[in-house]
Design a protein around this ligand. Sequence first.
Ligand SMILES: [Zn+2]
Length: 211
Amino acid sequence: MSALVPVPARPTHTASGQPILYFTFDDGPAADTPSVLAALAEHGAQATFFVVGGRVQLLPETLRATLQAGHAVGNHSFTHPRFEGMPQVQLLKEIDETAKAVYEAAADLLPGGRMQLMRPPYGSTDANTEPWVNARGYAMVLWDIDPQDWSQPGTPAIVAQVLAEAAPGAIVLLHDGGGDRSQTAAALHTLLPQLAAAGYAFHALPAGQDG
Ligand SMILES: [Zn+2]
C-alpha cells in the first residue's frame, strides 16, 4: 500500500457522448444533507459526498441514506483540520478515525467495502499529504469549479459561477455541511435542469483504479 494511488480515470463523456459533470459535497452529514439529496434525486443526479468522521458519528442515518441513494462517499478527515504541516501520526489518525466511523455506520452499503477517495479539508496540503493519503489506500481528489457556496454568496451567484465554468469532466465543489447550506440546495434546483438541458449527465466520481 506504499505505492502512489493514482487518481481514478474520470471519463469526460458517457458512452453515448453526453458530457459528464461531477458534483461533490463536503463537510456533512449535516442538517441540509437531506435537502441536497432530495434535489439530486428529483433531477436524477449522482454525486460524491466527502464526509467528516465526527459528523458521521452524529448522523449515521444520513450517511446511510446518502449511500442508499447510490452516491459515492469519500474521506474528508475526522475534525476538518488543515493538513499542511501536520505530523504523519496525526494525519493518519484523522483518516483512520473517519474510516472507522463510516464503516461502523454503513459498511454494508459501501461498494467494495471501503472508501477509496480522500479530499483534504480546505484543499490544504504539503509535500507529504498525497503520499500519506495514498499509503492508506486513498486517491486524493481536489476540484475544478469552486463557487464558494460555504460563504453563502447567494443562490444566483452559485448558479452563475457553475454555469460559467461547467466543462466536460469537471469536478464541482459544493458543501452540504459546515453551516446553513440552503443556498446550495436551492442552487441545485436551478443548475441541474439547466445543465441537463445543455446535455450534461451527473455522475459520482469513479472509485478504484479501474474507474
Ligand atoms: Zn471541508
